[in-house]
Write a protein that binds this ligand. Structure first.
Ligand code: FE
Ligand code: FE
Ligand code: ZN
Length: 276
């Protein structure tokens, strides 16, 4: 099964996102749990979440991805910022437990000059405090581009976080194609080698989702500027290879390309045509 979808606005609620996904030809989707630049969350409606769960079953959806707000930085030097991250993380997980099997993706964080080791120590404090055995949500560390002091632009850093997590059976990785290309990994002719490297360092069983994006910048640029599918430095030929790769083909692919709904619908159709 090809699970393909895109980032959707959550402003209409949960069931509305499921229906909107169907309308644009998607069978998975990603959404922000709350305002991506702030933290406010609408009052959670468990009935709406239950309606989405039924809808997804009826329509053979793959797993969906909830994305934590960009303001969540558990690696911050500011205690206040870390406390906010802690609160948002716990709150989001509590909500997602109503949609069993969902994926909760977050940017590991920026260490803002304290160094990677201190940053990772703080990230682990948040994970070990708020994850729990038997949880139904899988938490995903997103691969980052290495912009500024971002943690998680190398597979090794993600591995260090996984190693320190007490609930690693519920922890995995979401691979963003734009970010790893910007981070210096080859997703073109070297895709096989990159995925072998991922397997060696992290383990492919930890890979749960793909953010499928082209990049406005060449490999290793550490910029994090997403481009429309086929319009950037990754290119359509390589994207075709990515969606058909034996290690990736069964995972949910989420588009985070600069598009409105119509643009997403067109990209989804294009990708379905390239799927073998
Ligand atoms: Fe992200
Ligand atoms: Fe992403
Ligand atoms: Zn990005």
């Amino acid at each position: 099964m090809f699970y393909i979808g895109c980032h959707l606005s959550s402003s209409g609620g949960y069931l509305a996102m499921g229906k909107q996904a169907s309308e644009i030809g998607a069978n998975t989707f990603q959404f922000f749990t709350r305002n991506p630049r702030g933290g406010a969350v609408k009052k959670f409606d468990p009935d709406d979440a239950a309606a989405l769960v039924s809808y997804m079953k009826e329509h053979d959806f793959g797993k969906i991805v909830a994305h934590a707000p960009y303001t969540l930085n558990p690696a911050s030097a500011e205690a206040k910022t870390r406390e906010f991250a802690d609160m948002v993380f716990a709150d989001d997980i509590a909500i997602l437990e109503h949609i069993p099997g969902s994926l909760y993706n977050f940017h590991p964080g920026s260490h803002v000059g304290q160094g990677v080791d201190v940053g990772i120590k703080y990230i682990l404090e948040m994970l070990n405090k708020n994850m729990f055995s038997g949880m139904k949500t899988t938490v995903l560390l997103e691969t980052m581009s290495g912009k500024g002091s971002e943690i998680g632009a190398t597979f090794e850093e993600l591995r260090t976080i996984i190693d320190g997590c007490e609930y690693k059976e519920h922890l995995g990785v979401c691979l963003d194609t734009c970010h790893i290309s910007d981070g210096g990994y080859d997703v073109g002719d070297g895709l096989d080698e990159t995925l072998e490297e991922f397997d060696k360092v992290i383990g492919l069983k930890r890979l749960h989702a793909i953010h499928l994006n082209d990049s406005k910048n060449p490999q290793g640029s550490h910029k994090d500027r997403h481009e429309k599918i086929g319009k950037g430095f990754i290119g359509l030929e390589n994207i075709e290879r990515i969606i058909n790769h034996k290690y990736l083909a069964d995972l949910p692919f989420e588009l985070e390309t600069p598009n409105e709904l119509e643009g997403y619908a067109a990209e989804i159709e294009l990708l379905k045509g390239l799927r073998k």
